[in-house]
Design a protein around this ligand. Sequence first.
Ligand SMILES: [Zn+2]
Length: 176
Amino acid sequence: MLYKLFALFGLSLILVACTTHPPAPPPIPKDPALDLKNTPLPKKLPIPVQGIQAQQLSDTWGASRGQGRLHEGIDIMAPRGTKVLSATEGVIADLRNNNLGGKVIWILGPSSSWHYYAHLDAQRSDLKVGDYVRRGEHIGFVGNTGNAQATAPHLHYGIYLQGKGRGAVNPFLYLR
Ligand SMILES: [Zn+2]
């Protein structure tokens, strides 16, 4: 009799277990790079150097840089080691040094815009190609590496709308 009761109890437990709903499947993770493509580049971007206000910026777009080169970006003066913050969300696309920029970061941002941060003292040490960064996220430190070695530390920030290093637009217009 007792055995039968236990068997019945066990059976009812199994029945209850079978009739409760299975847990919902986890949401399918979205590819942030795909979302980025369909996100417009905001007309106004945050200043990518911590503590710098719009009134402190000067428009250095188009200034001559010798050998026929024109300045394709904005120089934001700040003490060495000041945090550089991403002006947009995006994917870290390239972290390789180059002669002109020194230590640099390329970020592929909204609407396939490219964002170039140069003359860094250092990149954030854990940053890797393929990492997704949020707008305002810390990515590096102001310095004067590359061809800025003879000038005061500053961030060179460039925005390109037609590809990596192609279709430069004046960042000052986005930051003021
Ligand atoms: Zn510059």
